[in-house]
Design a protein around this ligand. Structure first.
Ligand code: NAD
Length: 432
């Protein structure tokens, strides 16, 4: 199948690589020339586990190409996937459709035969209808179907998730488009459920799923607060809860709040859609508010632990919004760093993968280290903000010797609390 993908970011790139690996001819399109130039020179523009090898392999075998030209990418395509960003509108916080509308308008001219246009971007309910009418207006002769194909990949596991999806949701009523999608996902037959629903249901499934997960994180953070006051241990509580298959084990890790390019913006967009439809989405609104407060609360925890130290310096471990990715968009770690800077705290940070992207946001406001130990040297406290596995193997003895004051604020519960206390650390986890 010939596939054009519009938008070569955290979704478009792994999707393009995965579809090429399945044997399709894929052209990834992006309007950012520097990104396409890098990809054409064999340089990956995002960090994702196991992406590099498949990326080089499929380029070499001629199934994966990159271009800035919409015409080159769309011409003769059987399937066009839209994977451009849908960031929150700066004022209303609804999903900003400017990139979607631009992509739909730009592609319309190049449809020369029947083409399925699938929206992978997370888009408000009814967007499929808008894309359809934009294209029809621009190119009345175009023969096409627009369907919703929401993306559920987890950053950090994008390649794994591409090849092992829990489910593939497709929103369409067109039999012709359905046949194209069935052929595309033929390799997953018997492994993953391919669920066909209406376009509006499919668009809703994506938001309803992300909002649910955000609420689950907010819930476990509230339970962590409760455990701290009630003398319970959230790790034990979460384990006990997770054994109930109705609840499930995942998303029960307390921390500094959810972040990333999806949950914050998708909960805001869902809340906006609720308002538009006169539905009071109380749980989602509580999660949005609670998540904002969470970051302040966690920052206060850090400040409290260093309140008696003059000109304190903190070793921040982790800047990405979660482990396994270099993505720092809406990262709670970055938010907390900014809040600490407002209080004149000096920071030296280390992240295994996100240093370059973090530097673009934080610039020279903080110092950067090449290792955990370099960050920790002469600091007054360690603040663990991202759940990188590497941090759980921190050599506590070595850290103890390198620190000025022996304090650990472990917002991801990665450190062995008993060992830390035994060594003489003042240790604070979350919910324990
Ligand atoms: P991204 O910002 O990493 O990538 C989007 C890319 O689209 C950018 O490279 C941008 O230059 C390009 N672009 C924008 N307009 C274009 C146009 N008209 N023509 C060509 N290229 C254009 O965004 P992302 O994280 O990949 O997210 C894309 C969409 O997928 C969003 O709607 C997001 O909500 C959704 N999504 C993201 C994830 C995730 O984990 N990142 C998961 C599921 C769904």
């Amino acid at each position: 199948m010939k596939i054009g993908i519009i938008g070569t970011g955290y979704v478009g790139l792994p999707t393009g690589v995965g579809l090429a690996e399945l044997g399709n001819d894929v052209i990834c399109i992006d309007r950012e020339k520097s990104k396409i130039d890098a990809l054409n020179s064999g340089i990956l523009t995002i960090y994702e586990d196991n992406l590099e090898e498949l990326f080089h392999k499929n380029i070499k075998e001629g199934r994966l190409k990159f271009t800035t030209s919409m015409q080159e990418g769309i011409k003769d395509a059987d399937l066009v996937i839209i994977a451009v960003g849908t960031p929150p509108h700066p004022v209303t916080k609804e999903a900003d459709m400017k990139y979607i509308h631009a992509a739909a308008t730009e592609l319309a001219d190049y449809l020369t035969r029947y083409t399925v246009i699938a929206t992978k971007s997370t888009v408000p309910v009814g967007t499929g209808d808008d894309i359809e009418s934009l294209i029809s207006r621009k190119n009345p002769n175009a023969e096409f179907d627009v369907l919703s194909l929401p993306e559920f990949l987890r950053e950090g596991f994008a390649v794994y998730d591409f090849f092992n999806p829990d489910r593939i949701i497709v929103g369409t009523n067109s039999q012709r488009a359905k046949a194209v999608i069935e052929k595309l996902y033929e390799p997953f037959k018997g492994k993953s459920e391919l669920l066909f629903v209406s376009r509006r249901s499919s668009e809703t499934i994506k938001y309803a799923s992300n909002a649910f997960l955000a609420i689950k994180i907010h819930y476990i953070n509230e339970m962590a607060n409760f455990c701290e006051k009630a003398g319970a241990d959230i790790l034990e509580v979460a384990k006990g809860m997770g054994l109930d298959t109705r609840i499930g084990k995942r998303f029960l890790n307390p921390g500094p709040g959810y972040g990333g390019s999806c949950f914050p913006k998708d909960t805001l967009a869902m809340a906006f859609m609720g308002k538009q439809n006169d539905i009071d989405l109380t749980l989602i609104n509580a999660a949005i508010k609670g998540n904002e407060e969470r970051k302040n609360h966690m920052c206060e925890r850090i400040l409290n632990s260093i309140k008696d130290i003059k000109n304190p310096k903190i070793a921040v471990l982790g800047l990405a919004f979660k482990d396994g990715t270099d993505d720092c968009r809406e990262s709670p770690a970055v938010d907390i760093v900014f809040k600490l800077l407002e209080q004149k705290v000096k920071i030296c940070a280390y992240d295994p993968k996100a240093m370059d992207l973090a530097k673009q946001i934080l610039g020279d406001k903080i110092d950067y280290a090449n290792s955990m130990y370099e960050a920790i040297k002469d600091a007054d406290a360690i603040a663990i903000l991202t759940e990188w596995k590497e941090f759980s193997s921190l050599d506590l003895k070595k850290a103890y010797d390198l620190l000025n004051h022996k304090k650990i604020i472990d917002l991801r519960n990665l450190i062995d609390k008993n060992e830390a206390i035994k060594l003489g650390f003042e240790y604070q986890g979350v919910g324990r």
